[in-house]
Design a protein around this ligand. Structure first.
Ligand code: SF4
Length: 321
């Protein structure tokens, strides 16, 4: 029987704040899994630490709530052990771009076939609203005693520079577009990154839902406010690398970086860059270990007749002091 949307929902109590953008992201992930008809036992959600960390509790597939900044390491290990699994990774901007920044860059170099979604609200919501790596220099959200003294990280630019082969951005209150982006990211052969703008009504009183909708963004010609968010696909933007020539790749990377730097009056969403011509990490392993994909670690027997087939006594003996 085909899975239904309700199959991916859990009964776990949700204590996110009313109006939090996190709700839209969880809904979009559930809708995407439903539309792709991915069996629950073939999907796993890994989450880091922060408000977004609870995501793995709210989606009824395998759920693994991991350590602060380390979520990508767990997820990559699981995918390499069992390449058949659909792996979605969820984490906050502080989790992934602060303490986890080194793993973010290393993951980009590997290009393991999975999807990483950052819930980007520019604050550490779970710990009462400190400035996260994506809060812009000089902004003073309501929890800060002084304006932010650090420059912000550009998640899209960092993902492109790190080697992610699919880079996109969604908005948590546009669930339909976000669902489509998640489907495209999961179908992508390689590591996909989605930067999801996620208003935190509790602690970020600057980048609010009204702000994204255009509050204070006055068009100088019409004198009317205009939405900040727009969709790249509505502009004829083409993110896909088709041939892989140096000239084409440079052109696609350059246009993506230019779009990554758009902010404030106009904020692009959609797919910025996609290149499936770079081999995923799994394929690189298979090129060295020919039967890796047919016989991955998770598929290998570990016991026979109820007894482990591996004798580790020699290793234990060698550790004796
Ligand atoms: Fe959402 Fe912010 Fe509340 Fe966390 S603190 S649940 S991010 S609104």
């Amino acid at each position: 029987m085909e899975p239904k949307l309700s199959d991916y929902k859990t009964e776990v109590h949700n204590d996110w704040c009313p109006g939090c953008g996190d709700f839209g992201i969880v809904s979009a992930i559930q809708m995407a899994l439903t539309e792709m008809k991915i069996p629950r036992h073939k999907a796993a959600i890994f989450s880091g630490i922060g408000c977004s960390g609870k995501t793995s509790h709210f989606i009824n597939v395998f759920g693994i709530h991991t350590l602060h900044g380390r979520v990508l390491t767990f997820a990559q290990g699981a995918k390499l052990a069992n390449p058949e699994m659909t792996i979605v990774v969820a984490g906050g901007d502080g989790d992934g771009l602060g303490i986890g920044a080194g793993h973010f860059v290393a993951a980009g170099r590997r290009n393991v076939d999975m999807t990483y979604i950052i819930f980007n609200n520019a604050v550490y919501g779970l710990t009462k609203g400190q400035a996260s790596p994506t809060l812009q220099l000089g902004l003073k959200t309501k929890s800060l005693p002084q304006p932010n003294v650090n420059q912000s990280v550009n998640p899209i630019g960092l993902a492109i520079a790190s080697g992610f082969t699919f880079v996109g951005r969604g908005y948590s209150y546009d669930v339909r577009q976000l669902k489509d982006l998640i489907i495209a990211a999961v179908k992508h052969k390689g590591l996909a990154f989605l930067d999801v703008l996620q208003p935190c009504p509790a602690y970020n009183d600057i980048n609010t839902r009204d702000w994204f909708a255009g509050l204070g963004n006055i068009d100088q010609t019409t004198r009317k406010s205009q939405p900040r968010i727009y969709k790249l696909e509505d502009t004829g933007y083409d993110p896909v690398v088709n041939y892989g020539s140096e000239e084409e790749v440079n052109e696609k990377l350059t246009q993506a970086l230019i779009k990554a730097n758009e902010w404030d009056a106009k904020i692009p969403t959609g797919i910025f860059y996609q290149n499936e011509l770079i081999a995923p990490y799994e394929q690189r392993i298979a090129d060295r270990i020919p039967n890796y994909l047919e016989n991955p670690p998770a598929g290998q027997p570990i016991s026979s007749g109820g007894k482990p087939i591996t004798d580790i006594s020699k290793i234990l003996d060698s550790l004796e002091v």
